[in-house]
Structures are given as C-alpha cells and as structure tokens.
Design a protein around this ligand. Sequence first.
Ligand SMILES: Nc1ncnc2c1ncn2[C@@H]1O[C@H](COP(=O)(O)OP(=O)(O)OP(=O)(O)O)[C@@H](O)[C@H]1O
Ligand SMILES: [Mg+2]
Length: 268
Amino acid sequence: MPTLELAQVTKHYHLRSGFRQAKLVAVDAASFELSSNQTIALVGQSGSGKSTIAKLILQLERPSSGSISLDGRDIRHWPIRQYRGDVQMVFQDPFASLNPYHTVAHHLDRPLRLHFPELTATRRRQEVLGLLERVRLTPAADFVDRHPHELSGGQRQRVAIARALAPKPRILIADEPVSMLDVSIRLGVLNLLGRLQREESLGVLYITHDLATARHFSDQIMVMHQGRMVERGQADEVILNPRADYTKQLAAAAPNPERRLAQLRRRG
Ligand SMILES: Nc1ncnc2c1ncn2[C@@H]1O[C@H](COP(=O)(O)OP(=O)(O)OP(=O)(O)O)[C@@H](O)[C@H]1O
Ligand SMILES: [Mg+2]
C-alpha cells in the first residue's frame, strides 16, 4: 500500500479584484502516491502549483475536491498530532523558519516534548544531541545553545532538518530546501537529505526547479504544469526521454554543463 496517496486533488482559490471574482485553479485533479523509502521530485515552473501540493499534504490548506490519505485512511480522520508526527516538512527559507529568540536546543526539544511526552528532560537532551549529530552539526555540544543568528544559512537548514526528524516522521516534504542557500553548500545539504532518506527509510517529496538535482537525488520525477501533473516516471527516463511537450521545454531550458561545453568546443 502506498504510504501517502493523493486522488484527484483539486485546489481552487477565489480571487477578488474590485467587483470581479475569478477562480484560480492552483492544482487540477492531481493524483500520485509516495511510499516510504522513496524520493519523488516534483518539478515545474513558478506558479505551477508545487507548494500548493505541499500545503495540502501538510493540511495547511484543504482540497476543494479529491482526497489525500495516509496508509489508506483519509488524512482528515487522523488525530492531528499523530499526523504531524508522521508527515514533516522542511521549508525554503532557513531564516524565516527558526525563531530568533530561541536556542537550537529549544527548537529541537519542543517537538520531542510534544510527540514523546514520556521522555525525561535528560533523555530529551540526549536526543537533541543525537539529532544534531545526525545532521552533522558536530560537535553537537558546540551548537546546542546557539541562537539562529549564530549559525550560517546551511547550518540553520540543518537545524530545520533535525527538527523535522525529531518526531520520527515517515514522510518528509521538502519545498525547495536549498534554493535560498549559497550554491557552494547546496550539494552538502542535499547529500545529507539523501543519506537521511536512506537511513530512516523516509518517503521524501523533493520540490525543486532544478532538473539536475531532481534527477540525481530522486527515484522518480513528476512534472507539474499549470496545476496539472503532465508527466511522471523514473528520474532518468523523464530527463533522457521526456514524453510531455512541456517536459521537453523544461529540459531544453535547463542549464546543461555538458551541452554547453560541447558547444564551446565546437566553436573552437
Ligand atoms: N493562498 C492563496 N490565495 C490565492 N492564490 C494562491 C494562494 N496560494 C497560491 N496561490 C496561487 O496558486 C498558484 C500556484 O502557486 P504555488 O505556490 O503552488 O506555485 P509553485 O509551483 O510553488 O511556484 P514557485 O515555484 O514560485 O514556488 C499561483 O498562481 C499562486 O498565485
Ligand atoms: Mg513554491
């Protein structure tokens, strides 16, 4: 059974400008499954509906129609705390996602207190240190009492990832997790996500504009265009053999270092 399943999910927004009302279809009858131990990349241009999919899965928004289920049970029928423990997220902006007034320890302790109320303070402290080690913020003791402004963007994103792992989720939604980080550290954070995915058998939805990392870090790629899923397949297949016209355009527009080198060589 797929862990997470979207069936014909549609999301409309009603836009009002003056007296006029317009309906915007952000997501149009999207269906897909995400199993644990699998990474699916969701790609598409700006405004295609990718973050709306994330918000619907995280129950920050409700579908206008269609259904989303976890283990075959409609997500609206899951106790919300249990659902939030199973389905976690990492957002794009590591500066906005951490509270500047709280320490790293506070950020990681909170989900532990909420999801594992039986743990003592001493055990939670050990867990916090263990989480920091898992995201390679070591020695953990050097990071645990810092505030967000005492961390780099990449280190903040690692704290956000550690926080997402704290409740021991099965599904991780990562909405452009590295697009605001310096190019030089993006791969390190993506490699970390890839390693954690394998170690914890997570199901990861990796939302990105970047076809190259989508191919490298995902088993499958789904392509979204104007709210619709226009293509889905094995990552290599989708990149090397795109079927939908839109995917061909995306692939042709993506920077391709090998093709660029070949062009330069031809020019002599
Ligand atoms: N709360 C909202 N109210 C009205 N319209 C919205 C709302 N949220 C999103 N939209 C619209 O829905 C469409 C899809 O937005 P979404 O954020 O899902 O795109 P995206 O694929 O994540 O884009 P990007 O790559 O720029 O992040 C856009 O046209 C957007 O303006
Ligand atoms: Mg988005």
